[in-house]
Design a protein around this ligand. Structure first.
Ligand code: ATP
Ligand code: MG
Length: 361
């Protein structure tokens, strides 16, 4: 089949997947031979389900995104029968629920990429509202990318009025109980993804929809016993699956939990929020900080985990730190901040150590 795009012709190669609204095909641009995924949505279908504003919203939001962990939307057009959305092609399909539980390190390798995409969305005031394995695609180079912005919402004002959106297995209590929504909706879905990666099954799995909803609302989270699992990771999962959305950690707090900080250092991944936290500490304490180019740590090295940031009041210690990622030379920071320490709900203290660390200085 040949698809006529604006100024381009595309040959459809094969069906990649079908969802509730569209079918997605692998297509090749005839001139350049470049491959894309093309989502084709029938206009009959759109009018039958009165979904035109939903599709427009999906296109507007996804086209506005530019991040390595989000599928790029290159162009879109329509003819008299269909709407066409031309997307970055992810040749390795979507993630599937793991048949056997992952170990901590594999969980981190998957989770930090999803988190990076969700962090970008939340920073741009977008709630995805349908985070699930089927909506996380794998690019040829192995990078994970979020797709399917059909339920995504650009937040103008919080809270967002409720609509039953997404997929029940991943829905937080505030969605199934039809309360107002905010960014913490995605945080719950991240908790479900983490749980399934680690335990190979969903935390709530009713025999039918009503039972599942009751479990999400009222059942206590059961953490299966697994000897090889890091306690900090379990703490994080428990925090993400707190039923009261206000007590659930934000994306920033996830980046500041012990498990993320540890693993990001271990894999030499820059943690922006930890860096900001360190800057705040430095400001508050009038500390002099020496910074040395980060490429001293270019090879992931377990020793890094134990290498603490250098903070020297007397400016006499010259050991390198991993503060910042683009510094080429030493830099001194001297200022006294009037900013108060960040306030974290007391329930979070168990999970997040950064308040504790700030107070120790
Ligand atoms: P639903 O709302 O039911 O989840 P949908 O109609 O919104 O589905 P998508 O989730 O966007 O459709 O896509 C359906 C499936 O098509 C995906 O699960 C995936 O398998 C495949 N797919 C979508 N986009 C791409 C892409 N860019 N590259 C490769 N495969 C893709
Ligand atoms: Mg989908």
């Amino acid at each position: 089949m040949i698809i006529y795009g604006p100024g381009q012709l595309y040959q459809s190669i094969k069906l990649l997947g079908s969802g509730s609204f569209g079918s997605v095909y692998l297509v090749k641009e005839l001139n350049t031979k470049q491959e894309y995924a093309c989502k084709i949505i029938s206009k009959n279908h759109i009018s039958k389900y009165d979904a035109s504003s939903m599709i427009q919203n999906e296109i507007r939001i996804q086209a506005s995104c530019n991040h390595k962990n989000i599928v790029k939307l290159y162009s879109y057009w329509e003819d008299c029968t269909n709407i066409y959305i031309l997307l970055e092609y992810c040749s390795k399909g979507h993630l599937v629920d793991p048949k056997t539980p992952f170990n901590d390190d594999d969980v981190f390798q998957v989770f930090h990429q999803i988190l990076s995409g969700v962090n970008y969305l939340h920073q741009n005031n977008i709630i995805h509202r349908d985070l699930k394995f089927e909506n996380i695609l794998i690019h040829e180079d192995g990078t994970l990318k979020l797709c399917d912005f059909g339920w995504a919402v650009k937040v103008e004002q919080l809270p967002v009025p409720n609509v039953m959106c997404g997929t029940t297995d991943y829905m937080p209590p505030e969605v199934v109980s039809k309360c107002c929504l905010d960014f913490k909706l995605d945080t719950w879905s991240l908790g479900i993804l983490l749980y399934v990666l680690l335990y190979g099954r969903f935390p709530f799995k009713g025999d039918n929809q009503d039972q599942l909803i009751r479990q999400i609302l009222y059942d206590q989270l059961i953490i299966p016993s697994r000897n090889d699992t890091n306690e900090e990771l379990i703490n994080l999962i428990q925090a993400l699956l707190i039923k009261n959305s206000q007590l659930r950690p934000s994306i920033e707090q996830i980046y500041l939990c012990k498990w993320m900080k540890f693993n990001m250092k271990l894999h030499n991944i820059f943690n922006h929020y930890e860096n900001e936290q360190l800057k705040l500490k430095v400001k508050q304490k009038n500390i002099t900080l020496k910074v040395v180019h980060n490429n001293q740590y270019s090879t992931p090295n377990k020793k890094m985990v134990n290498s603490h940031y250098l903070e020297s009041k007397n400016d006499i210690d010259h050991k390198p730190t991993s503060f910042g990622k683009n510094h080429n030379s030493c830099r001194t920071i001297k200022s006294i901040s009037t900013n108060p320490s960040p306030q974290i709900p007391s329930q979070m203290d168990k999970f997040f150590n950064f308040l504790e660390n700030i107070q120790k200085i």
